[in-house]
Design a protein around this ligand. Structure first.
Ligand code: SAM
Length: 374
């Protein structure tokens, strides 16, 4: 059987050197450094067959991550499969910004902590990386869990060690959520994964918890928190998708959206604009936040997709009337979408401030939206 050195020579001109070394190391089940330390190591027949199988798929357009089922993201190793988008280096900017926001007062100040909701979580790379960096590992002792008042129902996130940060993550794809749960287990972090459309399952969870688990997720608790929303939703146009051969093997539903790629972000903004009234609907009179000049029927008509689990549709500006809820929202975008996403934010969250963060290549990549106190 050929040695490492012989194989490196043979494939040198055919395949990217880094990709080849990752595949070869994976075939022999050793770290990449092993290749350089042991150039005369002979492959077993089994390892050689594995390598040829990997190269067969590589030549047919599968990425190294899709073949090895692993991708490094922000220094962590993530399991991936055909049901999830392979984490991209661009997304590390969003993670970096979210970590900075969570660490910076006032999100950690006052009596409250922070709730992070990652929408469209895929492999879970965003919330898992944040949780790992902020030390959100599950409590080891069940006793200390009950003492701290955490819910005993497993459907509610257990209090992490970093107990001022609670983390939720949603996805429309059940298969993607299975991958995300697996990654959370591997990294040993505590995240409440929810299946459904954008923020809907989170709202449902709060409503359920409010009515059935009063000791855990109460409205009062939520009102003292900062809510951080992260989202790397599908944002490519169908034309952009067709034009890029390297992404054809990834799930289209994880990459493409209608309306110039912004349909899902628009829906999410619409949901966010309704979030505050839904949260406070049992503590405030619905009439007190209803705009006098617009009937419920009118506002329902204007609001295309009222969320299930929310009492009534609301005008976007109601959000600013809640003087306790603070939100910081991060969206990853395509650099061409800056103007359009900014005008969507102004439409749905008129009093929010917007910052655009650029990636290492200087391209617009992350939209940061702040809803501050009036
Ligand atoms: C671009 S991928 C990003 C995955 C992951 N956040 C990342 O950064 O690698 C978008 C994810 O959004 C999910 N998604 C698409 N439509 C959704 C919806 N309406 N509600 C929730 N998730 C959705 C897809 O299933 C996919 O996992």
């Amino acid at each position: 059987m050929p040695t490492i050195k012989i194989l490196q020579k043979r494939y040198h001109s055919q395949i990217n050197e880094l990709d080849f070394s990752i595949l070869l190391a994976h075939a022999i089940n050793k770290p990449r450094e092993f290749l350089y330390a042991h150039p005369n190591f002979p492959l077993s027949a089994f390892a050689y067959a594995r390598l040829r199988y990997f190269l067969f798929h590589y030549k047919r357009g599968y990425s190294v991550a899709a073949i090895t089922h692993h991708k490094e993201f922000y220094g962590l190793n993530f399991y991936v499969n055909k049901d999830t988008l392979i984490p991209r280096p661009e997304t590390e900017l969003l993670v970096e910004e979210a970590i900075a926001a969570i660490k910076t007062p006032p999100s950690r100040g006052g009596s409250g902590g922070c709730w992070l909701i990652d929408v469209g979580t895929g492999s879970g790379c965003i919330p898992i990386t944040i949780a790992t960096h902020l030390n959100c590992h599950p409590e080891r002792s069940e006793g200390s869990l009950s003492q701290s008042g955490a819910d005993r129902d497993s459907s509610i996130a257990k209090l992490p060690q970093n107990d001022s940060l609670k983390i939720f993550a949603t996805d429309i794809s059940k298969s993607a959520l299975r991958v995300a749960r697996k990654n959370a287990r591997i990294q040993n972090v505590s995240i409440n994964f929810l299946h459904g459309n954008l923020l809907e399952p989170f709202v449902k969870q709060i409503n359920t918890a409010t009515h059935q688990h009063r000791n855990t997720l109460t409205i009062e608790q939520l009102n003292n928190q900062t809510i951080i929303i992260t989202a790397n939703l599908p944002y490519l146009t169908p034309i952009q998708f067709e034009a890029e051969p390297s992404i054809q093997r990834e799930p289209r539903s994880a990459l493409v959206a209608e309306n110039s790629g912004l349909a899902l972000y628009e829906k999410l903004l619409q949901q966010i604009s309704h979030l505050s009234p839904s949260v406070i609907s049992t503590t405030r009179s619905l009439r007190s936040v209803q705009a006098p000049e617009e009937s419920l029927a009118q506002s329902a008509k204007r609001t295309e997709i009222p969320l299930r689990g929310i009492a009534r549709p609301r005008r976007p500006r109601d959000l600013t009337r809640n003087d306790k809820l603070k939100m910081i929202i991060f969206f990853e975008i395509d650099p061409s979408q800056t103007q359009k996403i900014s005008s969507l934010v102004k439409t749905y969250l008129p009093l929010a401030s917007i910052e655009i963060k650029t990636d290492l290549a200087g391209r617009d990549r992350v939209v940061k939206i702040n809803l501050t106190l009036p």
